[in-house]
Design a protein around this ligand. Structure first.
Ligand code: SAH
Length: 213
């Protein structure tokens, strides 16, 4: 793999630590996966800044802090078998998840993004990622139930179909757009219903219905 130059990596990891990313597995994965190969050539020199960057089609790669924060929240439990990601985008978050979970299923609704990220992740050498071209609102019943679901686009309400694809006590990290203001939630699927905990203010692209060719 195309390693991150040491000096840049140290600065990148120090910044994440300052921002409250403390989980050592998350920091190791982010120090290993080269973010610069996921962004457009013209933006490579900004790949390790704490910014969301454009990836085409009006979409953005989430900032390193958000990727770290969401990953830290989703691995806060011992069951790391199977995770479903909604919104593959450029595939950076997918690569981080694949370094930590046994199996990652990731869904993208924009075909060129799906194709590009699928190829890139395959070329890096990941064998535990299944890329799906489809509408994330449907989830992926063939591989359900999941230990965890992570959403990188914001719906207006918790998609019921996705909750049904979680294992008992499974968790979901979801940015919700409620009345125009977005908040990140951690949801737990307990036998007494859904437990919902607010964790941060965020800004994600909207989760949209259907697929784009
Ligand atoms: N984790 C990605 C974030 C990309 S932005 C990254 O780091 O690059 C969010 C992505 O969610 C976009 O690519 C967008 O096309 C996708 N998306 C939005 N609604 C979706 C849906 N219903 N199903 C699947 N993907 C969706």
């Amino acid at each position: 793999m195309n390693n991150i130059p040491t000096q840049i990596r140290n600065k990148f990891i120090d910044k994440l630590k300052q921002q409250g990313i403390s989980n050592i597995s998350v920091l190791n994965a982010m120090g290993l996966i080269p973010r610069h190969i996921f962004v457009e050539a013209a933006l490579k020199n900004r790949a390790y800044d704490d910014d969301a960057l454009p990836i085409g089609f009006n979409q953005t790669i989430s900032s390193p802090y958000i990727v770290g924060k969401m990953t830290q929240l989703i691995i806060e439990s011992d069951n790391m078998e199977k995770v479903l990601e909604i919104g593959t985008g450029c595939g950076y978050q997918t690569a981080i998840l694949a370094s930590l979970f046994k199996q990652v299923i990731t869904i993208e609704r924009i075909k060129p993004l799906y194709e590009k990220s699928k190829l890139l992740l395959k070329n890096i050498g990941f064998k535990n990622i299944k890329n799906i071209y489809g509408d994330g609102y449907e989830g992926f019943t063939n591989s359900a139930p999941f230990d965890a679901i992570i959403m990188t686009a914001a719906p207006k309400e918790i998609p019921e179909k996705l909750v049904k694809q979680l294992k008992p006590n499974g968790r979901m990290i979801i940015p919700l757009d409620e009345n125009g203001s977005q908040k990140l939630f951690r949801i737990k699927n307990t036998k007494n219903g859904i437990l919902k905990k607010e964790v941060d203010d965020v800004l994600f692209v909207p989760m949209l219905k259907g697929i784009v060719k």
